[in-house]
Ligand binder design. Structure first.
Ligand code: GAL
Length: 661
């Protein structure tokens, strides 16, 4: 493990981003030096997509050009996050090692022409990746510009080829111990799927109808473990030469291909990429959603926003521009939640290539532009936050998040697609964000005793250990809200028998679900407390719990919809339907209030987001973002680090970082 802290090396928080000088000429490099100085850039990620230049043909490395850029950046006072280029193998690699190209479930072997064209199980790819990581580390370990190592880019690429099949079989043998155990775990007695030899076992590939759920989740677990093994191989090759921090950047999108809890334990600094999917206040909520996840995967330690866009909001079929002020607001949204800086993809907007309209700190229009001016002002602001380095955030509420549960909710054959994992997770976090409660994500098997309130929005798959842990949490004094379709299957994706959700969690909730009753797409339900619901209902029996709201329609009329159970020193709540946004937000806000949770900085209007960063020595800083359209008077005079002066009022859209007394 490294002993170096990135922020010690930088003398403050990081500001900058991906820098691809190979796309430009000497005159532009000169301008880059000057503009980086003006924007307060202190960290550049170099080499992420440079494999073809670094190794123009197999085994022949060409480092001179990179030497020159690292020397230049060092002279300009910019440290380097040096990347291994393994997310984009060059064309020669494809032609030399066609077996290392990824194959889709339909059996189509992809080829080069884009990026991520590799199979993580192919020996030729793994060897080439390890070799170039080692060569870079050997050459640059002592280069004064290098401050951190950046392995690969956003591990995510699945493959269904024969190399993958062989690796999957070994992984399955390790996990299940025998073919009999595998047959049992996957329930292959159904539809005559019994495997008589290991050669018969395949990764999920195109087939006639529903695939096997157990295989599907095991394949997701395997792909994540394979990516982790590939990461470790490069990391260890680097560590043989350098003790600087090593990381890889996680993509935080609406689908999940990695177990980020496991990755979080293997990187020296968790690094994430984040691109909001809606404009305005939804982008701010999405920023918090990404940042809180990142901090949680980091185990509460500081982490780093590795990529964001200056002017990029991925909204369905179009990329929207950001509003004036968003560059600072979004950067501070991440920093408030523990990021050790704000980095962007990328420094200069490319003139050509696949992402030539993706935004950058220096846009096509050049430095005489709103975007560059705002980016530079943000760099100046981040430069004033050095004293926050190393401080962290304390949350007393958590949303449970488990990649196994996510993967399980993606399998074929579930009764409804409306209770989607990511959407449920997002809604739970958003309800707490709207109540201005700072929130962690937590794994269902981890110690939860520091949290007063825990929401379990989509724990479809729940292990025995998780069920026991949640029961113990409630018994010990916690308040837990379990939402519909949770605890329905075990680790093998086999249904829980005797009633849902999984025992012994059921004891803490004091209920037993007998029947899932998904609703037609346009059906709406009214509950006895006036809240409204759709998508889903359940027939459940109270076994000790009291009914807080009952169904009022159909066969479920008069039966419990929302229950509360006093258990041990705590309370187990169960919600058996999908409330509409307003009703759900009201329920979560009421639970937050009942457990004594509120904004980190009390006494401000609801439009102001506030998060407190705390240093080990007791110093604290309040990061405030005003999402409203009215100015907000601050209680008492406070020193604002952004303006380095006293601040009495926060303008609409304004931000502050107050030194707490
Ligand atoms: C990231 C990726 C970058 C760039 C960016 C565009 O996910 O790491 O290389 O593609 O997206 O949004």
């Amino acid at each position: 493990m490294t002993t170096h802290r990135l922020t010690d090396r930088l003398g403050g928080l990081a500001f900058g981003g991906d820098y691809n000088p190979e796309q430009w000429d000497a005159a532009t490099w000169k301008e880059d030096d000057e503009l980086m100085r003006r924007a307060g850039v202190n960290l550049a990620t170099v080499g992420v997509f440079s494999w073809a230049l670094l190794e123009p043909e197999e085994g022949r490395y060409a480092f001179d050009w990179l030497d020159a850029h690292l020397d230049r950046l060092h002279a300009a006072g910019v440290a380097v996050d040096l990347a291994t280029p393994t997310a984009s193998p060059p064309p020669w690699f494809t032609l030399t090692h066609p077996d290392a190209l990824p194959v889709t479930p339909e059996g189509v072997r992809l080829t080069h022409g884009s990026r991520d064209t590799y199979c993580l199980a192919a020996p030729a790819y793994r060897e080439a990746a390890r070799r170039i990581a080692a060569a870079l580390a050997e050459r640059y370990a002592d280069h004064p510009a290098v401050a951190m190592w950046h392995v690969h880019n956003e591990y995510a690429t699945p493959c269904h080829c024969e190399h993958t099949a062989a690796a999957f079989r070994s992984w399955l043998l390790e996990r299940h111990g025998s073919l009999d155990a595998l047959n049992e775990a996957w329930g292959t007695a159904f539809w005559s799927q019994r495997y008589g030899s290991w050669e018969q076992v395949q990764p999920p590939r195109a087939t006639q109808w529903h695939g096997n759920p157990g295989r599907s989740v095991d394949f997701s677990r395997f792909c994540s473990d394979l990516a982790l093994a590939a990461y470790r191989e490069q990391r260890d090759a680097i560590r043989a030469h350098s003790d600087l921090p090593v990381t890889t950047n996680f993509m935080l999108p609406a689908y999940q291909s990695l177990d980020l809890w496991a990755f979080g334990r293997e990187v020296d600094l968790v690094a994430v990429d984040h691109y909001p999917c809606a404009p305005g206040v939804d982008a701010a909520a999405d920023t918090a959603f990404g940042a809180d996840r990142a901090r949680s995967f980091a185990g509460g330690r500081p982490w780093l926003l590795m990529e964001q866009g200056t002017n990029t909001v991925y909204a369905g079929d179009r990329t929207l521009a950001k509003e004036p002020g968003d560059i600072l607001r979004h950067s501070l949204g991440h920093i408030a939640r523990g990021s050790e800086g704000a980095l962007f993809f990328q420094w200069r907007q490319s003139r050509a290539g696949a992402e030539f309209f993706h935004s950058a700190l220096v846009p096509h229009a050049g430095a005489d532009s709103r975007v560059f001016r705002e980016a530079a002002a943000t760099g100046t602001a981040v430069g004033r936050l050095a004293e926050l380095a190393g401080s962290t955030v304390r949350a007393r509420a958590a949303v449970l998040h488990d990649s196994d549960a996510w993967w399980a909710m993606d399998v074929d054959g579930l009764p409804s697609r409306e209770l989607d994992y990511h959407g449920s997770l997002r809604r739970a976090h958003r309800a707490l964000w709207d109540a201005r409660v700072t929130t962690d994500f937590a794994h269902p098997e981890q110690d939860l005793s520091r949290y007063r309130l825990v929401l379990a929005p989509a724990l479809f798959l729940l292990s025995d250990a998780g069920a026991a842990n949640l029961r113990a949490y409630v018994e010990g004094g916690g308040t837990l809200l379990v939402q519909p379709f949770s605890g329905a299957v075990d680790e093998r994706v086999q249904a829980r028998l005797g009633g849902y959700p999984a025992a012994p969690l059921r004891e803490a909730l004091g209920i037993r679900v007998e029947e899932y009753r998904p609703l037609p797409a346009d059906a709406e339900l009214a509950l006895s407390d006036g809240s409204r619901a759709r998508s889903w209902s359940e027939s459940l029996r109270a076994e000790g719990a009291e009914t807080v709201a009952a169904y009022t329609d159909g066969m479920l009329a008069g039966l419990p919809a929302l229950t509360r159970h006093a258990f041990g020193a705590g309370h187990g709540w169960y919600l058996s339907t999908r409330l509409d946004d307003a009703s759900y937000a009201a329920l979560v806000a009421a639970l937050a209030a009942a457990t004594g949770l509120g904004p980190d900085v009390p006494g401000l209007p609801a439009a102001v987001e506030s998060v407190t960063r705390r240093a080990e020595d007791g110093r604290r800083w309040h990061v405030l973002i005003n999402h409203g359209s009215d100015p907000v008077a601050l209680p008492g005079p406070a020193h604002d680090l952004l303006t380095d002066g006293p601040l009495a009022e926060l303008p609409p859209g304004g931000c502050a970082v107050l030194r707490a007394r």
